[in-house]
Write a protein that binds this ligand. Structure first.
Ligand code: ZN
Length: 150
């Protein structure tokens, strides 16, 4: 284990001692830490307060960019689909984790396993049901507007 993962695990343990969940993340670019995060769900009542997302938010704010390509995520726990998606959108293509989603499920934090399974099901069998509601005639189409302006 390298120094970056050691830091992520250390942050994770500190977070547990402070009443939070066992997740810490360190974002590294050019061999330097650009942001750190811990799971803040217990403090902020914000479902998106996962360690990886917190680190991404801090790095984006600090560097004023939507592009973190070349950055490497060190997460004490394997990222959930939400965090993995954020990594995808911001251009992070590489990362390391310590505890797997199965390890996480073993201590009672199994939402990631359920979600990864859910995404493999057909749309109509997923836990969260989303229904299409098309535009009415005469309504402005923001998609068309975007296409015209880009
Ligand atoms: Zn997450």
């Amino acid at each position: 284990m390298d120094k970056f993962m050691k830091r992520a695990v250390e942050l994770s343990a500190e977070n547990v001692r402070e009443g939070g969940q066992p997740f810490g993340a360190v974002l590294v670019k050019d061999n330097e830490i650009i942001a750190e995060g811990v799971n803040e769900v217990h403090i902020k009542y914000d479902v998106s307060g996962h360690a990886e997302l917190v680190a991404i938010r801090i790095a984006q704010e600090k560097l004023q960019t939507n592009d973190l390509s070349g950055a490497i995520m060190y997460a004490s726990g394997e990222p959930c689909p939400m965090c993995l998606t954020a990594m995808f959108y911001v251009g992070i293509e590489k990362g390391y984790y310590c505890a797997s989603i199965e390890d996480t499920a073993d201590v009672g934090l199994g939402a990631s396993v359920t979600l990864y399974e859910d995404f493999q099901k057909p749309r109509e069998e997923r836990t969260v049901q989303m229904y299409s509601m098309p535009l009415e005639e005469g309504q402005e189409d923001p998609m068309k507007l975007w296409k015209e302006q880009n």
